[in-house]
Design a binder for this molecule. Structure first.
Ligand code: HEC
Length: 434
């Protein structure tokens, strides 16, 4: 009996010390290693841009590539400068939200502080394979810029607005537009526009330099940056491309070490089935900007009101180099006020559509203040000249103040039968109670 008791205690003591060893080691003592902990994070969060041939200056796919950047990586992830994303709100609020979690940032920090250990190569995840085709399947219509464009060697950014040749012969309903850069290394961001017939494009098919298409009557309908995923509207919602329109794309190319070429394409996915809603846009804009020299905090407000119950899908803001922040402040019919969208540190280099993971519903009569703020002081590192008074204009050295909210009207019911984007019938009961 006594013997058994002793054995049991010994076993229990052994067990206790064993378990304390286990929990102690995983929590603190085992160093965070590249192979086991860091590589999976970088595959998911960084490689999209940081791999051979992609937009970022260096690849972060292997230990050898990552190691020299360890300090810079810690700094960029702790400050949340990387991955680039500029709207606030809980992580996961946006579709394909690229932001790191606090845990991921803590792991990276620990890895760098612990000496950026390689770890056991056996722990490495399989290398990520990046496909170059259309991720969402072959589009119904592919538009490609007329000729491959030669980008000069340049230490500064370059802007080109391409007009696609295709003219829509009839109204066409689409569900998605996907941007496919010809040269992923060169294309930094791209905004897609609808181009009305009155805008004549030059012989070569593009406008170079400071040309803001929005000032020439085009309608911007999507903003793409590397890392954006393909966005499809809900089954019964579409965007109507009116007859006679073309597409255009404004491409912002980053600095180039050597001459290179790009030929970017757009993939359009047509609507099929019944379309009930046309995607709408609430547009905040002011053209009476007059930003004094040196002013670090110049604000303007544009007010708009929803004239129907609305289902909000995505947001976009567009300013130029003095843009500092942009916020959409909502006042609901019951008097409640809420900042529903906020870009506290606007960055011209990272214009994207902010697509909500879950749409937000707001009632008819909701008023929106579009609040754009500018920094025309020397402290703004993008400011080319703090001694100038800045007004509205097309050049990146002028300013703009555009805010866009893309939404559906809750009550709209167009009830259109659509096949490959074209309306085949509209039923008698079609109604738009707007
Ligand atoms: C959407 C594309 C994208 C993603 C995703 C991204 N980066 Fe970057 N990163 C860039 C670009 C482009 C630059 C070059 C500077 C710039 O344009 O902002 C850059 C610059 C950097 C730099 C500074 C390099 C220098 O020259 O000092 C570091 C460090 C960095 N990224 C780390 C990361 C890490 C770590 C991740 C993932 C956790 C990440 N980035 C995710 C695009 C991206």
């Amino acid at each position: 009996m006594k013997k058994l008791f002793l054995l049991l205690t010994a076993a229990l003591v052994g067990l206790a010390s064993y378990s304390s060893q286990v929990s102690g080691s995983t929590a603190d003592k085992t160093p965070v290693s590249f192979a086991k902990h860091i590589a999976p994070i970088f595959q998911n969060r960084c490689e999209e841009c940081h791999r051979a041939g992609a937009v970022a200056p260096m690849s972060l796919a292997t230990y050898e590539e990552v190691r020299p950047w360890a300090r810079a990586i810690k700094e960029k992830v702790v400050s949340r400068a990387m991955p680039p994303f500029h709207a606030t709100g809980a992580i996961g609020r946006y579709d394909h939200d690229p932001r790191l979690t606090d845990d991921e940032i803590a792991t990276i920090t620990k890895w760098v502080d612990g000496g950026s250990v390689r770890g056991n190569p056996k722990d490495l995840p399989a290398p990520k394979v990046w496909k170059s085709g259309w991720a969402s399947g072959e589009p119904d219509l592919v538009l490609t810029v007329r000729k491959a464009y030669t980008l000069k060697k340049s230490a500064t950014d370059q802007y080109v607005f391409f007009v696609f040749d295709h003219v829509f012969a009839e109204d066409t309903w689409i569900r998605s537009i996907v941007t496919k850069p010809g040269n992923a290394k060169a294309v930094h961001h791209a905004n897609t526009h609808l181009v009305p017939p009155m805008l004549k494009s030059p012989e070569e098919g593009y406008f170079e330099g400071d040309f803001d298409p929005g000032a020439r009557g085009t309608i911007m309908i999507s903003g793409w940056v590397p890392g954006s995923n393909d966005v499809f509207l809900p089954q019964e919602t579409g965007v109507r491309i009116p007859k006679g329109m073309r597409f255009g794309i404004q491409i912002h190319y980053g600095p180039n070490e050597k001459e290179t070429v790009d030929q970017t394409s757009l993939g359009l996915y047509f609507a099929n089935g019944v379309i009930k809603k046309n995607l709408r846009m609430l547009f905040g804009d002011r053209k009476d900007l007059q930003i004094p020299p040196g002013d670090a905090n110049y604000s303007l407000i544009s007010k708009r009101t929803f004239d129907s119950d609305a289902v909000i899908r995505f947001f976009h803001v567009h300013m130029h180099l003095r843009g500092k922040s942009y916020a959409f402040r909502f006042t609901y019919p019951d008097g409640r006020v809420e900042t529903l969208f906020d870009v506290p540190k606007y960055d011209f280099n990272w214009q994207r559509s902010y697509v909500l993971a879950e749409p937000i519903r707001v009632p008819k009569g909701t008023a929106v203040e579009f609040i754009g703020t500018y920094d025309n002081s020397a402290k703004n590192k993008f400011n080319p000249d703090p001694t100038q008074t800045i007004r509205w204009g097309e050049k990146t050295t002028d300013e703009m103040m555009q805010g866009r909210i893309f939404y559906e009207s809750e009550s709209e019911n167009l009830n259109l039968k659509v096949k490959k984007g074209r309306v085949v019938s509209a039923t008698e009961t079609a109604s738009n109670s707007q």
